[in-house]
Ligand binder design. Structure first.
Ligand code: ADP
Ligand code: MG
Length: 254
């Protein structure tokens, strides 16, 4: 479904991604972990064509999106991305935020977009907020609306870049639950997260980044219980130590 072949990315002389090759199967959930500044966000942005790669190739459904002929707007509508900051339009209601792109970009009829918005809001548990403005929502609710807005483009793949980093533990749980529900529906997803308990629970595969390289990848049981690389082990230990609370709460709730 998603394939990267020897992808590299430079910002001027700074090498941010080094020779990344990875395969993500349809319906799989991949969690990307690693220290700050190691290239996780850049990795996601390359996958939906937000930043051009310097070298290598990226394929989505066997279409090379790094080819000059590829229509990047089409790629971006097929690959949804949700950031840490929800980026909802403050002057638009929840309904308008969700319907804007489907109507403007996908030329969906207003009627169809409206039905879809209601369906998606129901799915993220926020149908009652349809006429609210973003500032009337909690951070967790705003993030769930951002997820619904992304889904409104009917993407093949969803990318999440630390979707809960700006949220308190309770809101984090709401958002993680929403993402978990999506994963159960078979959506292909790549999630950058520091929520190790969550990554372990939902991911088919964990990718560990360090300094622009994938230094270890494998099923959660390998990465968490028997990491091959000492750097992976040290990283996981340090995150679990720092973020004991959220992980602990998560365990209690589930
Ligand atoms: P992460 O998401 O893992 O924290 P990023 O992908 O955001 O890492 O960043 C990786 C490196 O690339 C960092 O050193 C960052 O400063 C640098 N970087 C990211 N975006 C840009 C940019 N637009 N221009 C220059 N350097 C950038
Ligand atoms: Mg980042």
């Amino acid at each position: 479904m998603i394939r990267l072949e020897n992808v590299s990315k430079y910002y001027k002389s700074l090498c941010v991604l080094k020779d990344i090759s990875v395969n993500i199967e349809k319906g799989n959930i991949v969690a990307v972990i690693g220290p700050s500044g190691c290239g996780k966000s850049t990795f996601l942005k390359c996958i939906n064509g937000l930043v051009p790669v310097t070298g290598g190739k990226i394929f989505i459904d066997e279409v090379e999106i790094t080819s000059k002929e590829t229509d990047l707007n089409k790629v971006r509508s097929e690959v949804g991305i949700v950031f840490q900051q929800f980026n909802l339009f403050p002057h638009l209601t929840v309904r308008e935020n969700i319907n804007l792109a489907p109507v403007k970009v996908k030329k969906m009829s207003k009627n169809k977009a409206e039905i879809q918005a209601m369906y998606l809001l129901e799915k993220v548990g926020l149908l009652d907020k349809i006429n609210k403005y973003p500032q009337e929502l909690s951070g967790g609710q705003a993030q769930r609306v951002a997820i619904a807005r992304s889904l409104a483009m009917q993407p093949k793949v969803m990318l999440f870049d630390e979707p809960t980093s700006a949220l308190d533990p309770q809101m984090t749980l709401e958002v993680l639950d929403t993402i978990k529900n999506l994963s159960e529906e078979g959506m292909t997803m790549v999630v950058v997260t520091h929520e190790m308990g969550f990554a372990r629970e939902i991911a088919d595969k964990i990718i560990f980044f360090s300094r622009g390289r994938i230094i270890e990848e494998g099923p959660p049981c390998q990465i968490f219980d028997n990491p091959v690389n000492i750097i992976t082990e040290e990283f996981i230990k340090s995150v679990l130590k720092d973020r004991k609370d959220t992980v602990h709460i998560q365990k209690e709730v589930r």
